[in-house]
Design a protein around this ligand. Structure first.
Ligand code: CP3
Length: 355
């Protein structure tokens, strides 16, 4: 299979030289783009949009039509897995995701079954295949999943914004139950990511949005160990090409060495950690992805350029950096600010790649 014409993103993940620093943006297809809101309205709802491969492909491509991004990420959500497990995902307008049947009782947890992506997540695999085809090897396509721990947060709490009290009571009081949820979920995530790779994803990313809320020992036991297990089970070579894996724990700056030892090719970083420090600690093992504070995207093109320059300078010269925000782009970001960022990264990074 041919490599994309612009393969800077894949090269940077493998710490190979590139002429400039590649950039993509978490949540690059989303509500800050008026065309996204139009397509979502046509679909009916966010979930209808995720479940319609034609429209999911359309919104995946929207940010690439506007900005000179170096990668596409398939439009979907991390909560497709618990939904496929029968928990009943829905979105209450303006309140984020909810589950009709969160996992609370022991019998419900013992009955949890791993999901077969070919049977239950066909719509995501179809979207991956269609996106890959529509991209026509222009830029690489990223597949993704939530980490087992982050998915368990939503599965047990049933909603976001709860401080995870129910989950943490289970973690400390009935760790056997949480381990059961995580074991079933990790097997599902492995199968799901491998199916995405099979259908055309050229790199995959694990989003561990809530791992940073744990103590160090709980992080290792309940989040990192399951991510390492997943990484070990992934197809790393497909159609003659290496499939790089990115692990992103928001708030994981304290535990970089452990994350880098998970077997991943790249570590995603939020904005709380300095790239130079991260590079000193793990830069000889893995590539780094990040880490501009998303709040900066609300300021002005001048400030964005200055702050992007500071992120590039903190990584410094050489290969192994993929530029991104430290978390998803906010829905209130003016699209022209994203253009300013992407163009600034391309221009300002060239001197760091002269050999
Ligand atoms: O990055 C991309 O462009 C790909 C699409 C993508 C979405 N969600 C689309 C989405 C990805 C990679 C995700 C990941 C995701 N989803 C995470 C991990 C990353 C993170 O942000 O921490 C999490 C925790 C979720 C769960 C989720 N989905 C929440 C908490 C919400 C509501 C929050 C919000 O911004 O309203 C969603 C909804 C969601 N997922 C939207 C999008 C574009 C907004 C829904 C809409 O259009 O109404």
């Amino acid at each position: 299979m041919t490599r994309p014409r612009n393969d800077t993103f894949l090269r940077a993940l493998l710490r190979q030289p590139t002429p400039y620093t590649p950039v993509w943006i978490m949540r690059q297809a989303g509500r800050y783009l008026p065309e996204y809101n139009q397509t979502r309205a046509r679909a009916g709802s966010f979930l209808d949009l995720c479940r319609n491969p034609d429209l999911a492909t359309e919104v995946t491509l929207q940010p690439l039509a506007r900005f000179d991004l170096d990668a596409a990420i398939v439009f979907s959500d991390i909560l497709t897995i618990p939904d496929a497990m029968g928990l009943g995902l829905y979105f209450a307008e303006g309140e984020g995701p909810r589950f009709e049947r969160p996992l609370r009782e022991e019998w419900e947890i013992r009955n949890l079954d791993r999901t077969d992506p070919d049977a239950h997540l066909r719509y995501v695999l179809d979207a991956v295949a269609q996106c890959r085809k529509a991209l026509a090897d222009s830029v690489p396509l990223i597949g993704f999943s939530g980490s087992p721990f982050t998915l368990a947060c939503y599965m047990v709490e049933g909603r976001s914004g709860t401080d995870f009290v129910t989950l943490k009571k289970m973690l400390y009081g009935r760790p056997d139950l949480l381990h059961h949820i995580l074991t079933v979920t990790a097997a599902s995530v492995t199968a799901y990511l491998n199916a995405q790779i099979e259908h055309g994803a050229q790199a995959v990313m694990l989003f561990d949005t809530w791992g940073g809320s744990l103590s160090q020992s709980a992080y290792e036991e309940f989040s990192l160990s399951y991510m390492s297990q997943i990484v070990a089970g992934l197809t790393r070579q497909h159609a003659g090409e290496r499939v790089p894996v990115i692990v992103f724990t928001k708030g994981g700056g304290l535990w970089l060495e452990g994350i880098a030892a998970s077997g991943c090719d790249a570590v995603g970083l939020d904005w709380t950690i300095d790239l130079a420090a991260a590079r000193r600690r793990i830069g000889n093992k893995v590539a780094l992805q990040g880490n501009l504070d998303p709040a900066i995207m609300m300021t002005s093109p001048e400030v964005i350029e200055k702050q992007a320059a500071a992120v590039l300078a903190s990584f410094g010269s050489g290969a192994g950096h993929v530029f991104n925000l430290g978390h998803g782009v906010s829905q209130f970001t003016p699209p022209e600010h994203v253009k300013a960022l992407v163009d600034a990264v391309h221009q300002l990074s060239r001197p760091y790649h002269v050999t």
